[in-house]
Design a protein around this ligand. Structure first.
Ligand code: ATP
Length: 237
């Protein structure tokens, strides 16, 4: 039976006096991949940052593994097992190794060494250039560093803000493939995206528009709805 690992209820927030999120509800079940689909400006980054404690909610509740983290600091959320990958994903001015170590900063040294070996096996292209600055890598490789960094702490839930940003379609496919591997190990994923290619990974889709959650259901159900199909897939057939 599915069990809930994460839930956000009635999240409301904004910038200054401008309200951006108008009561967003979202759940992630254990080992489930949820894709938060929304166009530019829908409020995806605001929602993800609120989930990570980088933006304070005006109202609402955030629960992870039964613990109320609504007002917890970001580092407490990370220690609890939620990892975050921003749109940029990694620190370009640091080396690959340094990036991954930062991602694993709350992991005991010995475990982190093992974890880094595991991650370098999954990402051979960056393994050969550990001391290189992330800024010297291609956009696709930088994204891989970001994923390795986000996974270094062995999170239970990985929250990602537009992993496709700035990537060519070929690299988008690579990112999807890599995430699929971790998804199959039981990692829970919450991926904010506007690229519908990511629906390949989705067990559940939530749409966000104007700071409000619209649809919440399976990819098939999203497809079956004429208006939603036109809005998100741009096809009428
Ligand atoms: P994108 O795909 O462009 O990143 P998004 O879905 O992530 O879009 P947000 O970045 O959360 O959307 O933006 C939602 C709304 O909040 C937009 O209208 C945006 O202009 C506004 N906004 C975002 N950041 C700020 C800020 N720092 N100050 C004021 N308004 C902001």
């Amino acid at each position: 039976m599915a069990s809930e690992i994460f839930s956000a209820k009635n999240l409301q927030t904004g910038y200054g006096r401008v309200q951006v999120l108008w009561g967003a509800d979202l759940q992630v079940q254990r080992a489930q991949t949820v894709v938060l689909l929304g166009a530019n400006g829908a409020g995806k980054t605001t929602l993800i940052k609120t989930i990570m404690g980088l933006i304070k909610p005006w109202q609402g509740e955030i629960v992870f593994e039964g613990a109320d983290l609504t007002h917890a600091r970001t580092d407490k959320r990370v220690r609890a097992g939620i990892s975050y990958m921003s749109e940029i994903g990694c620190f370009p001015g640091l080396s690959i190794d340094e990036n991954i170590r930062i991602g694993g900063q709350f992991t005991p040294a010995e475990r982190l060494r093992e974890r880094m070996d595991e991650l370098y096996e999954v990402f051979p292209a960056i393994a050969t250039r550990r001391k290189a600055l992330a800024s010297s890598l291609s956009g696709g490789q930088r994204k891989m560093v970001g994923i390795a960094k986000a996974l270094a702490g062995d999170p239970k839930l990985l929250v990602m803000d537009e992993p496709s940003a700035g990537l060519s379609p070929l690299f988008v496919q690579e990112v999807i493939q890599v995430l699929g591997r971790f998804r199959n190990t039981g990692l829970s994923l919450l991926i904010a995206e506007q690229n519908i290619k990511f629906l390949e990974l989705a067990d559940h889709v939530v749409t966000l528009s104007g700071g409000r959650v619209g649809f919440s259901g399976t990819v098939e159900a999203l497809h079956a709805d004429d208006a939603l199909r036109r809005a998100y897939f741009g096809v009428t057939g």
